[in-house]
Design a protein around this ligand. Structure first.
Ligand SMILES: C[S@@+](CC[C@H](N)C(=O)[O-])C[C@H]1O[C@@H](n2cnc3c(N)ncnc32)[C@H](O)[C@@H]1O
Length: 209
């Protein structure tokens, strides 16, 4: 479906993710900077198709990691001469993403930013079509509040890990309930949980100003 160069990088990253999962299952540690924690191929394809359907030209991704999800989003943005702004707080991750994007030749459709997503969100001026959240779930409510100010009407916020959130945050599972409560009671938002397993992706639309 996508150009061969892109499919090759995606396949390599999927292989790495599988290796990571197997290592975790054996109880072996992986350094934080070496964990890709990428979304599944199914989710990636959904990000691509939704972005294409929305003809998205301005996409913000919070949580680049090795660039797996960035590649799906940027492949869609390229079709509209659009851009993905992707931010990660770890320098090692940005370096890995840069290397991967270079091979895909999608660099012109991606702006990689090293830093805290809050600062990046505060600086954004043009309206966004899509915001993809894939970072620390404890920050999602803040990110959604900030994103709402930058999102166009009918724009979409996609929040990853809404189904496995209680597993990820065993120490503080209430944050997951608070997040869903916030999204589902917000007067400007309409939302649905897409049951991509194991993560779960929340698709939230800005329905009023
Ligand atoms: C689950 S990984 C992202 C995986 C990536 N979206 C993919 O599917 O290929 C989460 C990433 O969020 C980054 N992160 C966490 N908190 C952040 C913050 N406040 N601002 C920017 N990046 C952050 C982490 O460094 C990590 O690389």
């Amino acid at each position: 479906m996508l150009p061969k160069k892109i499919e090759t990088v995606l396949a390599q990253l999927e292989k790495y993710r599988e290796y990571e999962i197997q290592k975790e299952l054996r109880g072996e540690q992986i350094l934080k900077k070496e964990r890709s924690l990428a979304i599944t191929r199914e989710e990636g394809k959904f990000l691509y198709l939704l972005s294409r359907a929305m003809k998205a030209t301005r996409i913000l991704e919070i949580g680049t990691s090795f660039g797996y999800s960035t590649i799906w989003l940027a492949s869609a943005a390229k079709e509209e001469n659009g851009k993905v702004i992707s931010v990660d707080i770890l320098p090692e991750k940005i370096v890995r993403a840069e290397e991967n994007l270079k091979i895909t030749r999608l660099e012109d459709n991606v702006e990689l930013i090293l830093g805290d997503a809050r600062e990046v969100l505060n600086k954004i001026t043009d309206p966004l079509d899509i915001v993809f959240l894939d970072a620390d779930k404890r920050d999602y409510i803040d990110f959604i509040k900030l994103s709402l100010k930058k999102l166009r009407m009918g724009g979409v916020i996609l929040s990853d890990n809404v189904l496995d959130c209680p597993d990820i945050h065993k120490d503080d599972p209430e944050i997951c309930e608070e997040l869903m409560e916030f999204i589902n009671t917000h007067p400007k938002l309409s939302s649905v949980t897409l049951p991509f397993l194991p993560n779960g992706l929340e698709m939230t639309m800005k329905i009023s100003k």
